[in-house]
Design a protein around this ligand. Sequence first.
Ligand SMILES: [Mn+2]
Length: 219
Amino acid sequence: MYERILAVGDIHGEWDKFLSLYRQLDFNPEKDLLVFLGDYIDRGARSMDALIWMYEHRQEKAIIMLRGNHEQMMLDYYDTNGQDDIWLQNGGDITADALASLDGGTQRLYLDFVRSLPLAHHLRANNRDYFFCHAGVDPAVPLDEQAPETLLWIRERFFDHYTGETIVVAGHTNTAYIEPLTPLPIIRRNMILVDTGSYMHYGHISCVDVLSGRIWQDC
Ligand SMILES: [Mn+2]
């Protein structure tokens, strides 16, 4: 049984903020589970540092890394040889520039890694079910039948309408847009929302221990 289950929200290349947060966590892989909810890259200047760190930690059993919509847009961009370029208009240009400076083999290594990232993770702890994903779930669909598009992109339909018993842990929507001026994660009966606008001037990267409700942020 885990001592803590640490869920980290959107990073978006704000690597200095992440390191500030990570140091405070004092993560212990013998006792804790660390779950990243996706969106490591884009917008922030240090997207490549985020991607490299994730890549280097990919085999650690106590770390789960999910795919965010930004990682998906990145894959769609390269898989279509740049035809699908919505990524570039959503902060991906900064990541694309960094990747372009690498040789083809190294690029492929990172892309294959991103492709390997799952969309969701389900676990049971302390007699509660937890469902981790980047954006949220469609309240009308069973958790194990959620569409990839939903898990990566859903907003209001999830956080305004989800009434299930499983605790859904997600990032993607800045909590300040859900409960105005909330600079903190939102913790409700059946959902924990961890994206606190990392790249905004007021923003932070947040982590919640989903078992205790304790919150950490960069400072
Ligand atoms: Mn997102």
